[in-house]
Design a protein around this ligand. Structure first.
Ligand code: SF4
Length: 377
């Protein structure tokens, strides 16, 4: 049986993908912009993004798979209307980016893409080579998705479908198949004079339109950064503890967002969406794992999450957090002790001086002492 692009898209729909496009396996048109971004160090601590082998693969898809001839890009909606804005913005709760409310999308999407690839191989009736990726491949996924007609890249650097917004996961199959009828690339941009996302970012993470400096991005810091969070940025984090949706939520194209039909992406509990900060502040490694089992939050350890919750607690300034923060001054992690000190200072002000002076005297970690010294002046 011959496999046409139309047939492939029908398979994609049957498997629950909401978008599908096919493009030749050519280098991405945003490759030069990506190389400039790396040169300027905007990937922050994500050193894997600048690794020579990964850059080479981004330059040429045949470095990933020598027989690569086309890319099949898919999108799957994840938006769920679960909590009202009041709950999400409650400073006593830590806010989680909407894409992480359900089960780990890597696993859900990967499994579905593997089924997709199997169907293609069966329908083809001859040996073909395929590789599936969700987020993890060394390829400029959004740019290839634009080339496959799935949407345009907005000034917030997200892929935006003009009638669906941005709340969908992207996945791809690199394939050895060739087609006669590839999709047309989407228009490069539809942002026009709008600049809402740039203005809304509380940490000024966009030095210019279409360029995101990860070193100032809440999402990068709460997920990828395993170390200290810059003091000057912490204020802007508000109650975000895992990812951030601000530049996406303010986008006018989000009014077209579609509700997901994929049950795996539906949260089953408010604690998967905006858990009380005190629950996280008092978590142990075991209780943290239980709280976020099978969710994308498993990607970060309790130490990182408690650090994030300390930043959110410092922005909340709620008295209920004080006993937990005091206890965290004795945590085995220096990262946690340092951020708890900051949160206590923000919550109690000068009343925390004695506690912080004690911490300064007894702590042998230089970063903790620096943090306390900066707070106490
Ligand atoms: Fe483009 Fe405006 Fe959306 Fe930003 S908020 S991505 S500028 S349309």
């Amino acid at each position: 049986m011959s496999l046409t692009a139309a047939k492939i898209k029908a398979f994609a729909g049957e498997l629950g993908f909401n978008l599908c496009g096919i493009t030749p396996a050519r280098p991405s048109p945003t490759l030069r912009a990506y190389l400039r971004w790396i040169e300027r160090g905007m990937q922050g601590g994500m050193s894997y993004m600048a690794r020579v082998d990964r850059v080479r693969r981004r330059q040429n898809l045949r470095e990933i798979m020598p027989s690569a001839r086309s890319l099949i890009l898919v999108g799957m909606d994840y938006h769920a209307r679960f909590a009202d804005e009041e709950t999400l913005n409650d400073p006593a709760r830590g806010r989680i980016a909407a894409y992480a409310w359900g089960l780990d999308y890597h696993k859900v999407m990967e499994l579905r893409l593997e089924q997709f690839a199997e169907r293609l191989a069966d329908a083809c009736g001859r040996a073909i080579q395929q590789k599936v990726y969700v987020d993890t491949g060394a390829l400029l996924e959004r740019s290839h998705a634009q080339q496959a007609g799935l949407g345009f890249i907005g000034k917030n650097s997200m892929l935006i479908h003009p009638r669906r917004g941005s709340s969908f996961f992207i996945g791809e199959i690199i394939s050895s198949l060739e087609f006669d009828d590839y999709d047309e690339p989407h228009r490069e941009t539809m942002c026009g004079t709008c600049a809402r996302c740039l203005a809304a970012c509380p940490t000024d993470a966009f030095p210019k339109p279409y360029v995101l400096d990860a070193r100032r991005c809440i999402s990068y810091h709460t997920i990828e950064n395993k170390g200290w969070i810059d003091r000057e940025l912490r204020d802007g984090f508000g109650n975000w503890i895992f990812g951030c949706d601000i530049c996406m939520d303010v986008c006018p194209f989000q009014r077209f967002v579609s509700e997901t039909e994929e049950v795996a992406f539906l949260p089953f509990d408010i604690d998967r969406v905006a858990p009380p900060l005190t629950d996280i502040l008092m978590s142990t490694a075991d209780s943290y794992r239980a709280l976020f089992r099978r969710s994308p939050l498993e990607r970060i350890k309790r130490e990182q999450m408690v650090r994030n919750a300390c930043v959110a607690a410092g922005n909340w300034r709620g008295e209920r957090a004080i006993p937990h923060l005091i206890q965290l001054l004795y945590d085995e992690s220096a990262l946690v002790r340092g951020h708890a000190a900051w949160a206590l200072w923000r919550t109690m002000g000068l009343d925390s001086s004695k506690l912080l002076t004690d911490l300064y005297r007894r702590d042998d970690d230089a970063r903790v002492r620096d943090e306390v010294a900066a707070l106490l002046g």
